[in-house]
Ligand binder design. Structure first.
Ligand code: ZN
Length: 131
Protein backbone atom coordinates (compact mmCIF):
# COMPACT_ATOMS: atom_id res chain seq x y z
CA UNK A 1 0.00 0.00 0.00
CA UNK A 2 1.08 3.53 -0.70
CA UNK A 3 0.04 6.81 0.85
CA UNK A 4 -0.16 10.32 -0.47
CA UNK A 5 -0.62 13.48 1.58
CA UNK A 6 -3.34 16.00 0.71
CA UNK A 7 -3.38 19.51 2.20
CA UNK A 8 -6.56 21.62 2.07
CA UNK A 9 -6.91 25.32 2.82
CA UNK A 10 -10.68 25.80 3.00
CA UNK A 11 -13.50 24.13 4.94
CA UNK A 12 -15.00 22.65 1.76
CA UNK A 13 -12.50 21.88 -0.97
CA UNK A 14 -11.86 19.51 -3.86
CA UNK A 15 -8.26 18.65 -4.72
CA UNK A 16 -7.23 17.01 -7.99
CA UNK A 17 -5.03 14.02 -7.05
CA UNK A 18 -4.90 12.36 -10.49
CA UNK A 19 -1.20 13.16 -10.99
CA UNK A 20 -0.27 11.79 -7.56
CA UNK A 21 -2.13 8.53 -8.22
CA UNK A 22 -0.59 8.23 -11.70
CA UNK A 23 2.87 8.77 -10.15
CA UNK A 24 2.27 5.85 -7.78
CA UNK A 25 1.20 3.63 -10.68
CA UNK A 26 4.42 4.50 -12.54
CA UNK A 27 6.63 4.00 -9.48
CA UNK A 28 5.09 0.56 -8.91
CA UNK A 29 5.71 -0.38 -12.55
CA UNK A 30 2.22 -1.78 -12.97
CA UNK A 31 1.53 -2.59 -16.62
CA UNK A 32 -2.04 -3.76 -16.13
CA UNK A 33 -4.24 -3.98 -13.07
CA UNK A 34 -6.51 -2.10 -10.72
CA UNK A 35 -5.94 0.77 -8.30
CA UNK A 36 -8.12 1.34 -5.26
CA UNK A 37 -7.90 4.92 -4.05
CA UNK A 38 -9.22 5.11 -0.50
CA UNK A 39 -9.59 7.90 2.03
CA UNK A 40 -9.48 6.82 5.71
CA UNK A 41 -11.20 9.92 7.11
CA UNK A 42 -14.85 10.48 8.04
CA UNK A 43 -15.25 14.02 6.69
CA UNK A 44 -13.44 13.41 3.41
CA UNK A 45 -14.40 11.58 0.25
CA UNK A 46 -13.10 10.52 -3.14
CA UNK A 47 -14.85 11.01 -6.46
CA UNK A 48 -14.12 10.96 -10.19
CA UNK A 49 -15.44 13.83 -12.26
CA UNK A 50 -14.52 16.45 -14.84
CA UNK A 51 -11.08 17.96 -14.39
CA UNK A 52 -10.85 20.15 -17.50
CA UNK A 53 -13.10 22.98 -16.33
CA UNK A 54 -12.52 24.06 -12.69
CA UNK A 55 -16.10 25.45 -12.64
CA UNK A 56 -17.35 21.89 -12.32
CA UNK A 57 -15.44 21.43 -9.05
CA UNK A 58 -16.80 24.74 -7.77
CA UNK A 59 -20.34 23.72 -8.73
CA UNK A 60 -19.99 20.38 -6.93
CA UNK A 61 -18.63 22.05 -3.77
CA UNK A 62 -21.26 24.80 -3.79
CA UNK A 63 -24.13 22.38 -4.48
CA UNK A 64 -23.02 20.06 -1.66
CA UNK A 65 -22.98 23.12 0.64
CA UNK A 66 -26.57 23.97 -0.38
CA UNK A 67 -27.77 20.37 -0.09
CA UNK A 68 -26.16 19.90 3.33
CA UNK A 69 -25.89 23.21 5.21
CA UNK A 70 -23.14 23.62 7.82
CA UNK A 71 -25.66 24.41 10.55
CA UNK A 72 -28.92 22.59 11.03
CA UNK A 73 -30.84 20.34 13.37
CA UNK A 74 -27.97 17.86 13.75
CA UNK A 75 -27.36 15.63 16.77
CA UNK A 76 -23.59 15.13 16.45
CA UNK A 77 -22.01 17.43 19.06
CA UNK A 78 -18.75 17.94 17.18
CA UNK A 79 -20.45 20.48 14.90
CA UNK A 80 -19.32 18.94 11.63
CA UNK A 81 -22.26 16.72 10.73
CA UNK A 82 -22.53 18.38 7.34
CA UNK A 83 -19.00 17.24 6.53
CA UNK A 84 -19.77 13.64 7.57
CA UNK A 85 -22.89 13.63 5.38
CA UNK A 86 -21.06 15.12 2.37
CA UNK A 87 -18.32 12.50 2.76
CA UNK A 88 -20.93 9.73 2.71
CA UNK A 89 -22.63 11.18 -0.37
CA UNK A 90 -19.33 11.05 -2.27
CA UNK A 91 -18.05 7.78 -0.82
CA UNK A 92 -14.67 6.82 0.57
CA UNK A 93 -13.02 5.17 -2.43
CA UNK A 94 -12.82 4.84 -6.18
CA UNK A 95 -11.53 1.95 -8.27
CA UNK A 96 -9.57 2.77 -11.43
CA UNK A 97 -8.32 0.33 -14.05
CA UNK A 98 -4.68 0.47 -15.18
CA UNK A 99 -3.44 -0.28 -18.69
CA UNK A 100 0.08 0.28 -20.06
CA UNK A 101 1.14 1.94 -16.79
CA UNK A 102 -1.64 4.53 -17.18
CA UNK A 103 -4.84 5.08 -15.25
CA UNK A 104 -7.76 4.27 -17.55
CA UNK A 105 -9.75 7.48 -17.27
CA UNK A 106 -12.04 9.19 -19.76
CA UNK A 107 -10.76 12.27 -21.56
CA UNK A 108 -12.22 14.67 -18.99
CA UNK A 109 -12.10 12.43 -15.94
CA UNK A 110 -9.88 13.26 -12.97
CA UNK A 111 -9.69 11.82 -9.49
CA UNK A 112 -10.66 14.24 -6.73
CA UNK A 113 -10.16 14.23 -3.01
CA UNK A 114 -12.94 16.09 -1.18
CA UNK A 115 -12.63 17.62 2.28
CA UNK A 116 -15.72 18.86 4.14
CA UNK A 117 -14.10 19.95 7.40
CA UNK A 118 -10.85 21.60 6.44
CA UNK A 119 -8.35 23.05 6.40
CA UNK A 120 -6.55 19.80 7.20
CA UNK A 121 -3.67 17.60 6.20
CA UNK A 122 -5.00 14.21 5.18
CA UNK A 123 -3.82 10.96 3.72
CA UNK A 124 -5.11 8.96 0.80
CA UNK A 125 -4.23 5.27 0.58
CA UNK A 126 -3.60 3.64 -2.78
CA UNK A 127 -3.55 -0.12 -3.22
CA UNK A 128 -2.62 -1.48 -6.61
CA UNK A 129 -3.31 -5.01 -7.79
CA UNK A 130 -1.39 -6.25 -10.81
CA UNK A 131 -3.09 -8.62 -13.26
ZN1 ZN B 1 -17.57 14.78 13.60
Amino acid sequence: MREIKVVTRKRNEMVDITRDVQDVVEQENIDEGVAIVYVPHTTAGITINEGADPSVQRDIVETLKKLVPETGNYNHIEGNSDAHIKASILGSSVTVLIKNERLVLGTWQHIFFYEGDGPRTRKVIIKIFSS
